[in-house]
Design a protein around this ligand. Structure first.
Ligand SMILES: NC(=O)c1ccc[n+]([C@@H]2O[C@H](COP(=O)([O-])OP(=O)(O)OC[C@H]3O[C@@H](n4cnc5c(N)ncnc54)[C@H](O)[C@@H]3O)[C@@H](O)[C@H]2O)c1
Length: 344
């Protein structure tokens, strides 16, 4: 099959895709990039051989050699960039959070249905080796039926906010920005969420950050299982360094066993050997940082297109995750338990 052409809009975390150009066997390669930052554009062309670079993303969308577009712009711009990309006839890989309102979700879900294009939400936790191992154990029935599941996005974001000031000025809503990881993780394991109640506050730890940076969500799933999500971005000297760093805890209590932290204790026996999963690589080299979770989405997209399969998580799964955060916002505002919309 001929190599697919990829365009990337937004070269912050999105520049991880450039690693694809180091692998001649990759089914997809970056042919065009768009960003407002000329240094980032220059790096893509000079170091990774990207042929076309522009500050106007519409020029990228107009290119016939671009089949798939990665949207990696700040959260609040996805509502503009996703419809424009689909209307230009390109398949989409969108970073999290997909969007931040239900109206925007309806618009994008409608466009995906109308165009028949492939659309995946790049949820990088789904490629963390420890989480893959836990998922395998749960899918194999090792802990029975899930009765309670908990995770959190816990991150001292002060340094990140200094480097990416839009997070404070736009502002990024961390319930969506970081919470999207934790909410998607719980949905991946336990399915649709039916109701949410939430508390939140602003720690004052991140200079100038104007809205809540700590959230606690209590959930009930359609299965009857209970869940809890902690979004803690007002933490101090506490970095997110993978599940092993302890800041992305995942605890799952089932009817026949328990999984806590990185110890998979099934029937009371720690099962560290379950965690032996190959980390993602490009051309035989290990991938570091968030790119490790991003890069596999691009080669998978090539397969989904070739085999005409629905990507996972697709736009509907993405919208259902956003609906959990929207329900949490509503719960904070009203002080009530709020039903989650799942009918997209
Ligand atoms: N693990 C993950 O999945 C992960 C990690 C970090 C960020 N993200 C997400 O990625 C997105 C970007 O975050 P980031 O940390 O890379 O931010 P960033 O500020 O480092 O990068 C964003 C880039 O987009 C560019 N940009 C802004 N407006 C643009 C426009 N109109 N056209 C073209 N380019 C434009 C900026 O110049 C910048 O280079 C956010 O949605 C964020 O939530 C995901």
């Amino acid at each position: 099959m001929k190599q697919l052409g990829l365009g990337i809009i937004g070269l912050g975390v999105g520049r991880g895709a450039l690693l694809l150009n180091e692998d001649p066997e990759s089914p997809i390669a970056v042919r065009a990039v768009a960003d407002l930052d000329s240094e980032r554009l220059e790096q893509a062309t000079s170091e990774y051989g990207v042929a076309f670079a522009t500050t106007d993303y519409r020029e990228l969308l107009a290119r016939p050699d671009v089949d798939v577009v990665g949207v990696f712009t700040p959260d609040h711009l996805h509502a503009e960039h996703l419809p424009a990309t689909l209307e230009a006839g390109k398949h989409v890989i969108c970073t999290k959070p997909l969007l931040t309102t239900l109206d925007d979700c309806d618009n994008v879900v409608g466009l995906v249905r109308r165009t028949g294009l492939k659309f995946v939400v790049a949820q990088t936790w789904r490629f963390i080796p420890h989480i893959i191992a836990v998922k395998q154990a749960v899918d194999d029935g090792r802990i029975g039926r899930i009765s309670l599941i908990e995770t959190g996005y816990i991150h001292d974001l002060r340094g990140v906010c200094e480097k990416t000031p839009w997070r404070v000025t736009a502002p990024q809503n961390f319930l969506f920005g970081g919470g999207a990881h934790a909410i998607d993780c719980l949905r991946w394991f336990a399915g649709n969420v039916s109701e949410v109640s939430a508390f939140a506050m602003n720690s004052g730890v991140i200079p100038g950050y104007p809205i809540e940076d700590i959230w606690i969500l209590n959930l009930i799933f359609e299965s009857g299982a209970l869940g809890r999500v902690l979004v803690m971005c007002g933490s101090v000297n506490n970095r997110s360094e993978g599940l092993a760093g302890g800041n992305k805890h995942l605890q799952i209590y089932g009817t026949e066993g328990t999984i806590t932290g990185i110890d998979i204790g099934v029937d009371g026996t720690p099962q560290h050997s379950n965690l032996e999963v190959q980390p993602p690589q490009v051309a035989g080299a290990l991938i570091e940082g968030p790119a490790a979770g991003l890069v596999p989405h691009f080669s998978k997209m090539a397969d989904w297109i070739k085999n005409d399969e629905t990507p996972d998580p697709d736009v509907v799964e993405g919208a259902r995750g956003i609906a959990v955060a929207v329900a949490a916002q509503e719960s904070l505002k009203t002080g009530r338990v709020v039903k989650v919309r799942n009918d997209f």
